[in-house]
Design a protein around this ligand. Structure first.
Ligand code: ZN
Length: 683
């Protein structure tokens, strides 16, 4: 089955948070509602960052349902002569675009095209949706086309990107990014366009802002390494104007002064595009410990930019689960103890661990292309190193997305492992996410030279070479600027390794109330989960382009390869004789003797090479473990034929009367949930 065609059946789930929302009082609900509205006013930005056509497909969908009801649409189509399957295929395409806020899957970055034939699609628009025909016609080619350079997101001309125009090359992007570092701009809230209508092309760094700051009305063109570069403001101005309108309401209903100041900084940031204001908001956010309503909004994750520098618009609103958060806070209080068990010397760990907030949240709304299970932000190194960060575990995402609770056997596991997996995976995942976010992303020090020529380290020996450290971060360099596109996968790999490593520590399990009898089963399930995920990650690898499309997938695959390399039959894959199926085996008796030592050594190298900015050795090591040989291409092909689609979350809505709205778990439910919150085209 092609990765680009919408599956026959979507794997949908409802992201339930009703109980947590109903527990809020009136003013808390008002605050949550204002933030919820602000979040979704920014949703079209996510679509624009995905592809040129995404925003138009979503607008088309709104138009299609202007005078229609999702409850009765199936019936109406069937009455018009369509088969049930045709209706499902139609709705599934739009539901999947809604879930990803664009026509590329957030996990894997593959373009999605309808399963429905073009003829049948046309027929829908000449019968049932005839009022939207004129919106559909100019889009139809883009909806269906699957040229080589459209299949995946990435650098043009081989791939597509919503962050950089298609006439740019990697080389040009690199030069502009170098300019961005030199001028201390940072790429997070920018896009890049190349205007080549004139003889000399102009490279325009477009900064997201509702308004143009007065002093920036006239900005010059600078020449840098042979390129003419200009900076402009006002990208996404209409959306950000609306985001700010609702943030102003949120500021009025903020639940404390820190939150009010934080929201005001968000408004300043979105109004004039000043990144420093967003950093200010994050400094305040970190101080707002265990809030009743937790939120964050901004240009946050840079997974999808081919250069790994420009970030997707993201906004979430959630309610804190006080009971579960207590456990996580116990983990935070014990963090220094756990950090000391990680396999590196203290020179490679932060001088002081700033205890972050760590809460379990029930997500009310998450506006971006794909919902994660945990978050550790802010991503700004300079804010993290001075003010720390916060962790969140998205409890209802884990509950509904990773429950493994369906009756079908877990694919590619033996019967006994399947039983174990189903019984313990939610527990295992809770420990892994906590370890991943708090002690994974939260650990490690970047050795750096300060602006004044002094260093934040002295006489450090590199444990890999046993020689004094010879590389470090120069002034202005950050992990993102140094590690670029590989950085996301590399850092996820480091965090995943920490999570898995700590699952072998009984004290971690005690915090999560796992009993003496069960904790080793939970740990074994963590290994099962990771190795299985690593193998199934192959779907996010494109053999034709020899490229990984998803940071977490590449990370888990690399861990799996490390375990294969560890040998001694620790991890094996048994392929059936007819080459149509396989079973993953982990020798449980060798976790202590083979698995953990291999993991420990790999994790040490990951952390040290990151610490010392040794991009060359880091690249060599990481690409070796990420490389996919013919044996694994075969495994990928077997999996392709049997794959089940990823879970897509149908999100609740909130009405202006502060009522919570749930949806049926159907493509119609997904579409209605989207229609109820995406900014209206009628405005
Ligand atoms: Zn992570």
């Amino acid at each position: 089955m092609s990765l680009n065609i919408v599956p026959e059946k979507l794997n949908l789930t409802f992201l339930d948070s009703k109980q947590a929302f109903e527990q809020l009082n009136q003013s808390e609900k008002e605050y949550a509602y204002a933030l919820y509205r602000a979040s979704w006013e920014g949703a079209p930005i996510v679509s624009k960052q995905c592809s040129i056509e995404s925003e138009h497909i979503l607008k088309l969908l709104q138009k299609m349902f202007l005078n229609k009801n999702t409850d009765s649409i199936r019936e109406e189509c069937i009455t018009a002569g369509f088969t049930d399957t045709e209706v499902t295929d139609l709705l599934n395409f739009f539901a999947l675009v809604c879930a990803n806020l664009g026509n590329y899957l957030s996990f894997g970055d593959n373009k999605i095209i309808p399963r429905l034939s073009r003829e049948a699609m046309n027929k829908f628009f000449t019968t049932v949706f005839v009022e939207s025909l004129e919106d559909y016609s100019p889009l139809s080619d883009k909806i269906y086309s699957l040229k080589d350079n459209e299949k995946l997101l990435g650098y043009p001309p081989e791939n597509s990107s919503g962050y950089i125009t298609s006439n740019l090359t990697k080389n040009e992007v690199d030069i502009v990014d170098e300019y961005i570092v030199q001028t201390k701009l940072e790429g997070w809230n920018t896009r890049l366009a190349k205007l080549d209508s004139e003889k000399v092309p102009l490279y325009v760094i477009m900064i997201a802002s509702a308004k143009i700051p007065a002093e920036k009305h006239i900005t010059g063109i600078e020449e840098f390494k042979g390129l003419n570069i200009a900076v402009t403001y006002g990208d996404y101005s209409a959306e950000l104007e609306n985001v700010c309108t609702h943030l102003k309401n949120a500021s009025k209903s903020a639940l404390n002064t820190v939150e009010r100041d934080m929201i005001d900084k968000y408004i300043e940031h979105f109004t004039y595009g000043d990144l420093e204001m967003h950093k200010e908001s994050q400094r305040l956010w970190v101080q707002d410990k265990s809030p009743v309503v937790e939120t964050n909004i901004g240009f946050i994750e840079n997974y999808r930019d081919p250069a790994g520098k420009r970030a997707e618009f993201e906004s979430f609103v959630s309610m804190v689960d006080k009971e579960k958060s207590k456990k996580l806070q116990t983990l935070v209080n014990n963090a220094p103890k756990f950090l000391a068990t990680l396999p590196w010397e203290k020179e490679f760990e932060k001088d002081e661990f700033i205890a972050p907030d760590f809460t379990a949240l029930d997500i009310l709304t998450f506006c971006n292309s794909g919902i994660p299970a945990g978050i550790n932000i802010p991503n700004y190194d300079d804010v993290r190193s001075k003010c720390g960060f916060k962790n969140v575990s998205l409890d209802n995402v884990i509950r509904s997305g990773y429950s493994g609770g369906d009756n079908e056997p877990t694919q590619f596991l033996s019967e006994s492992d399947d039983k174990m997996f189903k019984q313990f995976v939610v527990k295992a995942f809770a420990v892994d996410v906590a370890g991943h976010e708090l002690l994974g992303h939260g650990s490690g020090k970047l050795l750096a030279e300060n602006e004044d020529g002094t260093f934040n380290f002295k006489d450090v020996i590199n444990p890999i070479t046993k020689e004094p450290v010879a590389t470090w971060y120069k002034p202005g360099e950050t992990f993102s600027s140094k590690f670029g596109r590989m950085g996301s996968a590399y850092e996820e790999c480091r965090a995943e390794c920490v999570g898995l490593y700590l699952s072998g520590n009984q004290d971690m399990h005690t915090i999560f109330s796992h009993t003496n009898e069960e904790w080793q089963d939970v740990m074994y399930t963590s290994w099962l989960w990771m190795i299985r995920a690593g193998i199934l990650s192959l779907l996010a690898y494109d053999p034709e382009k020899n490229m990984w499309m998803q940071a977490h997938s590449q990370a888990r695959y690399a861990i799996y390869q490390v375990m294969r390399e560890a040998g001694e039959g620790f991890v094996t894959i048994e392929i059936t004789e007819d080459n149509t199926n396989f079973v993953i085996h982990i020798d449980r008796s060798k976790i202590e003797s083979v698995g953990i030592p291999a993991l420990k050594h790999f994790l040490m190298k990951l952390n040290v090479l990151k610490s010392i900015a040794d991009i060359e050795n880091a690249t060599n090591m990481f690409s070796a473990y990420s490389s996919v040989d013919s044996e694994h291409i075969n495994i990928r092909n077997i999996y392709m034929k049997q794959r089940k689609p990823r879970t897509e979350y149908i999100q609740p809505s909130v009405t202006s009367k502060l009522e919570y709205v749930s949806y049926p778990v159907t493509p119609e439910g997904m579409i209605q949930s989207f229609l109820d919150k995406y900014p209206s085209i009628l405005r």
